[in-house]
Design a binder for this molecule. Structure first.
Ligand code: CA
Ligand code: CA
Ligand code: CA
Ligand code: CA
Length: 350
C-alpha cells in the first residue's frame, strides 16, 4: 500500500524538476541551461589527446568548446576538454569592463608562483607581455591546474587593473570529478571532470571540438570582476592551455587559432592581434553593443580634443549655453556644471 507520505514525496520531486533543469551545477559536466556553444575548437591539440577516460586524471590537454551563461549575478563558464594531470594550466582572461590590459603587464598580483606575471612584461616599460586582440582588454584572471597523488585541483584568481597591482588570491583545492573548489569568500567555484576521450585529436586526428560535455566549469560573481552594465554589457572570454610553469602556450585557445596551428610557445611572444579571427568568445548581453567598447574621454572638459582646456573650450561652453553644444557631463545641456568643469580643469589634460 502506498502511503500518503510517499505520494506527497513523489509529487514534490516532480514539482522540483523544472527549476532544477534551469540551474548550473558546477561539477565539470555541461548543463543544458548553457544553451549553444560560444566557440568550438578548430585545430588538433599539440598537448596530447587524452585516452584515459578517468574523471580525475588525463594524459593530454585540449580545449574543445566554450559555453557561458549569466544567472543571478554570476557568470558560469564551461570549457569542454581535458586538463592534463601534470600541472598544465588553464589560463582564463575575462574582459568584463572598460579598461584593463590589452597587453599583460608584469606587475600584476603574485598568484600561483607569480604565474600571471610570467605571461606579462619581463620588465617595466618593455612592452613584451602577451597581447590580446584589439577589442579585448582583460579585467580578471583565473587559472586552474591539477596534478599530484592523489590528483588534486587548484585554482587562483586575480584582478587585472589598467595600471597593474590589484588583488590576487589562492582560492583552494578539490578532487577532480568529485569535489568542486567552492571559495565562499569570493564566491568562485571551479570543477574539473577529466573523462573526455572525444573532441579534437592529436596531429592527424579530428580538429572538431564540438559536442564534448565534460571539462572545466567555473562560476565567478559579476561584482568580483568589476562588471558594470552601465559602461560595458558584453563579457569576453579568452582561454588557453599553458605549460606547468605558465611558460609554454599550447595551440588550444578559445576562440581557435585555425586548422593546423602549432603551439604558441613563449607566452611573451603571443600576439593574438596578429592571428586571424578573434581569440576570444563573447558572452552577449546586448547584441547591439560594439565589439570595441567606446571608452569615455579621460578629459571631458577638453571639448575640442586638443589636449588643453583653454579659452577655446570656454567659448564652446558659452556659445552652447542651454544646448548640447558645450556639454561636458553627458546630460545633454550646457549649463553651470559644464562651465565649472572647464574652469576647474583649466590647463593641460591630466
Ligand atoms: Ca555542470
Ligand atoms: Ca576591459
Ligand atoms: Ca580528444
Ligand atoms: Ca586575433
Amino acid at each position: 500500500m502506498i502511503t500518503q507520505i510517499a505520494i506527497v514525496s513523489i509529487v514534490t520531486a516532480l514539482t522540483l524538476v523544472p527549476s532544477v533543469l534551469g540551474q548550473i551545477v558546477v561539477d565539470g559536466s555541461r548543463d543544458n541551461a548553457f544553451g549553444a556553444a560560444l566557440a568550438v575548437q578548430n585545430t588538433t591539440t599539440g598537448f596530447g589527446d587524452s585516452n584515459l577516460g578517468l574523471v580525475n586524471a588525463a594524459n593530454g590537454s585540449e580545449l574543445d568548446n566554450c559555453y557561458a551563461t549569466i544567472d543571478g549575478g554570476v557568470l558560469y563558464l564551461f570549457f569542454g576538454g581535458n586538463l592534463e594531470s601534470n600541472f598544465n594550466k588553464l589560463e582564463l582572461f575575462i574582459d568584463s569592463g572598460v579598461g584593463g590590459q590589452n597587453s599583460v603587464r608584469g606587475d600584476n598580483a603574485d598568484v600561483d608562483f607569480n604565474g600571471l606575471n610570467r605571461l606579462g612584461e619581463s620588465a617595466a616599460g618593455v612592452g613584451d607581455g602577451m597581447k590580446f586582440d584589439e577589442c579585448f582588454s582583460a579585467n580578471f584572471y583565473l587559472t586552474t591546474t591539477c596534478g599530484g597523488t592523489p590528483t588534486t585541483l587548484y585554482a587562483n584568481i586575480a584582478q587585472i587593473l589598467t595600471g597593474g597591482g590589484g588583488i590576487g588570491a589562492y582560492i583552494g583545492s578539490g578532487a577532480p570529478g568529485t569535489v568542486a573548489i567552492d571559495n565562499v569568500k569570493y564566491g568562485v567555484k571551479v570543477a574539473l571532470n577529466n573523462s573526455n576521450i572525444l573532441g579534437v585529436g592529436a596531429d592527424g586526428g579530428s580538429a572538431d571540438g564540438s559536442g564534448v560535455a565534460t571539462g572545466v566549469e567555473v562560476a565567478i560573481p559579476l561584482a568580483l570582476m568589476g562588471y558594470d552594465a552601465a559602461t560595458q554589457k558584453n563579457i569576453k572570454v579568452c582561454a588557453m592551455i599553458n605549460g606547468g610553469g605558465h611558460d609554454w602556450v599550447s595551440n588550444q585557445v578559445i576562440g581557435g587559432l585555425g586548422a593546423g596551428s602549432a603551439n604558441l610557445a613563449e607566452p611573451r611572444l603571443v600576439n593574438f592581434a596578429s592571428i586571424a579571427a578573434n581569440q576570444y568568445a563573447v558572452v552577449v548581453v546586448d547584441a547591439a553593443e560594439p565589439d570595441c567598447p567606446v571608452v569615455p574621454p579621460s578629459c571631458p572638459a577638453d571639448l575640442n580634443g586638443d589636449g588643453v582646456i583653454d579659452g577655446a573650450d570656454l567659448a564652446t561652453v558659452l556659445g552652447g549655453w542651454g544646448t548640447a553644444g558645450g556639454d561636458t557631463n553627458g546630460d545633454g545641456s550646457t549649463d553651470g556644471a559644464d562651465l565649472a568643469a572647464v574652469l576647474s580643469a583649466w590647463g593641460a589634460c591630466v
